[in-house]
Design a protein around this ligand. Structure first.
Ligand code: BG6
Length: 460
């Protein structure tokens, strides 16, 4: 076999509680910001579809796990919904939620699928948002307490824990670019949210370590390599700053235990440094992870700014670069994103060379496509484009591993077509097709293909 992967390589997929469970207002679940925002502004969501039912995992988890097994999963990531487990964010634990997560974990294990459990996937409980969300230290402590409850309830069986999925996304979406609640545009508040998320992560890591459970704790970051338009020093500088703001801001503290000095200097120069209390940096230093999840969809290409900054406008990362559309690049025309498979290799090489070759895995990669029904032949979606996409990314992953990268697995986004924030069901990513009206599940061609890859631990 030409592309054989290391023994025990993780083959599976990832999803999250708010995007799959549904039952948003059932069995004692509290409201989160998505439930709230959808009620307040349904027009923000594609076709005005919210996550009330999502893909009904809450009801169908047993059948879904059987399907996972059928398509070769040996591991699967989802998250625990904070607002389901602790409806007010702090205080009373919802026993129905405990039962549900126990059932999911036990069923996964019974089917030989390793549960990877994440604790925060953009879904702040509304009572916590009302206290200021990640801007509030009280919420940071509430999250650490929630994490501890999860570790105590499920840590005897769950061996792979993650504190956050893509913690920079709520910063970008909620506090800079207006695509998540609370729709604030304010860099200083964004910086506070980022800093407090890292603090919350670190406090949760500390709680985990104190309990001395047998397992590992990590975080999942969306690492988007920044490529300069040219080797001109101004383009190089633009790419370096984009990398600093969007990648190293989180990657450095969670792997090296400290913020990059250049980032601190830059924010200080522009008077945007978040507040930092005595002891915070020590807590962050102790929050280094055992395992890093890498989400990768597309590269970022940048160049030096063409025009002067309007310094009367809000301070933004784009004060330092322009986004650059590289002519002739390969595109996923459905999602409008560039496809650059080598980006994965570049990330894995960077982690090997500059981050101590930390144990990592591809925790999300995938291809969102609209109107996939048009690819149905004999009742099955023939998603050869997705097979090609995954194969090409796996080839670069394989090359990185052959050069020594400590990459332990590959999870597709996602298992079953799921609800995706304000895009709702616009882009379909699953190995399994979901018919929204009937909630029927049908394995796509890529799902059958993945079963073979997992069985053979590779492909030709
Ligand atoms: C990832 C997120 O970044 O992208 C997922 O972790 C999300 O939660 C996925 O669903 C796809 O996003 P989109 O915008 O293409 O639907």
């Amino acid at each position: 076999m030409q592309y054989k992967f290391p023994q025990n390589f993780w083959w599976g997929s990832a999803t999250s509680a708010p995007q799959t469970e549904g039952a948003a207002f059932e069995d004692g679940k509290g409201e989160n910001i998505w439930d709230h925002w959808f009620k307040e502004q349904p027009t923000r969501f594609h076709n005005q579809v919210g996550a009330t039912d999502a893909s009904t995992f809450y009801r169908n988890y047993r059948d879904d796990i059987a399907l996972m097994k059928k398509i070769g999963h040996n591991s699967f990531r989802t998250s625990i919904s904070w607002s389901r487990l602790i409806p007010q964010g702090t205080g009373t634990v919802n026993q129905q939620a405990v039962d549900f997560y126990n059932n999911v974990i036990d069923e996964l294990l019974a089917q030989g699928i390793e549960p990877f459990i994440n604790l925060f996937h953009f879904d702040m409980p509304m009572p916590m948002q009302e206290k200021g969300g990640w801007e509030s230290r009280e919420v940071v402590d509430a999250f650490a307490a929630f994490a501890e409850v999860c570790f105590k309830l499920f840590g005897d069986r769950v061996k792979y824990w993650f504190t956050f999925n893509e913690p920079i996304v709520p910063v970008e979406g909620g506090y800079l670019y207006d695509f998540h609640y609370p729709n604030v545009v304010d860099f200083q508040r964004a910086a506070a949210v980022a800093f407090n998320s890292i603090l919350a992560h670190s406090k949760a890591v500390q709680k985990y370590r104190t309990l001395q459970l047998k397992g590992e704790i990590g975080i999942i970051l969306n690492l988007t390599p920044s490529y300069p338009r040219s080797q001109n020093p101004a383009d190089l500088k633009a790419a370096d700053i984009a990398d600093l703001i969007f990648n190293r801001s989180f990657l450095d503290p969670v792997t090296l235990g400290e913020f990059p000095q250049e980032l601190v200097d830059l924010l200080k120069e522009y008077k945007q440094l978040p507040g930092c209390e005595k002891g915070d940096l020590e807590i962050i230093a102790a929050g280094k992870v055992d395992l890093l999840g890498v989400n990768y969809y597309r590269p970022r290409r940048v160049c030096a700014r063409a025009n002067a900054v309007n310094s009367d406008g809000p301070f933004m990362p784009e004060w330092f670069f322009d986004n650059y559309d590289m002519p002739g690049c390969k595109m996923n025309p459905h999602r409008g994103w560039e496809i650059y498979e080598k980006g994965l290799y570049d990330i894995l090489t960077d982690l090997r060379e500059n981050y101590g070759n930390i144990p990592c895995f591809i925790s999300e990669n995938g291809m969102g496509v609209e109107n996939e029904e048009k690819f149905i032949v004999d009742g099955q979606i023939q998603d050869d484009y997705r097979i090609e996409f995954v194969k090409d990314h796996l080839k670069w992953t394989h090359k990185a591993i052959s050069e020594g990268s400590n990459c332990l697995g590959y999870h597709l986004w996602t298992f079953i077509d799921c609800w995706s924030w304000s895009n709702s069901y616009k882009n379909r990513y699953g190995f399994i097709q979901l018919d929204l009206a009937s909630q029927t599940r049908t394995i796509k061609k890529s799902g059958d293909w993945f079963a073979d890859v997992s069985k053979d631990n590779g492909f030709n």
